[in-house]
Design a protein around this ligand. Sequence first.
Ligand SMILES: [Zn+2]
Length: 199
Amino acid sequence: MKIKILKKSDDEIEFEVTGRTPAFANALRRTMMVKVPVLAIEDVIFTANDSPLFDEVIAHRLGLIPLKFVPKTFNRRDECSCGGEGCINCQVVFVLDKTGPCTVYSGDLKSTNPEVKPLYDNIPITKLGENQKLKLEAVAIMGTGKEHAKWKAANAFYQYEGDKFKFTVETVSGLSPKDIVIQATEILESEAKELKKAL
Ligand SMILES: [Zn+2]
């Protein structure tokens, strides 16, 4: 197998793979999109919501905000040593407390973990009128794109050019494209090892 990096930026990577089958290329593409775990907001507890949007709509919008985090620092909550109760090793709590008139942005979410924050500060969540309040606590946990699109790490596709695959991987999460490719190859490797062990 030969690999050539064609282009690399903060949110996109392009590379060429030679000497592999379409089945391999497709497994890699799918793994990058739906199996690499990322952090996203899952539970939201509202104390006040005077905004024009329902709680469910705001919770949905919060879930789609990409979060920047250090790869491999968090366990899945359902596999954590805390037994799924939630602890600093498997979840991050954000606090939001705003009073209008204003627009509430992703940057208004205050993280209780200094290493985790929204990737962009300027994603609008809702608008608040005079004296309207939005007060909530949001809990982010690890998940994969297979479970819900909000945990999708990347958009990945390839062009098949006779004897080589030209991949484009664009991050849609807080992970860098490089981390996504690395983790996807590690996941494929561990799956192959499991199969070998079973045989
Ligand atoms: Zn835990």
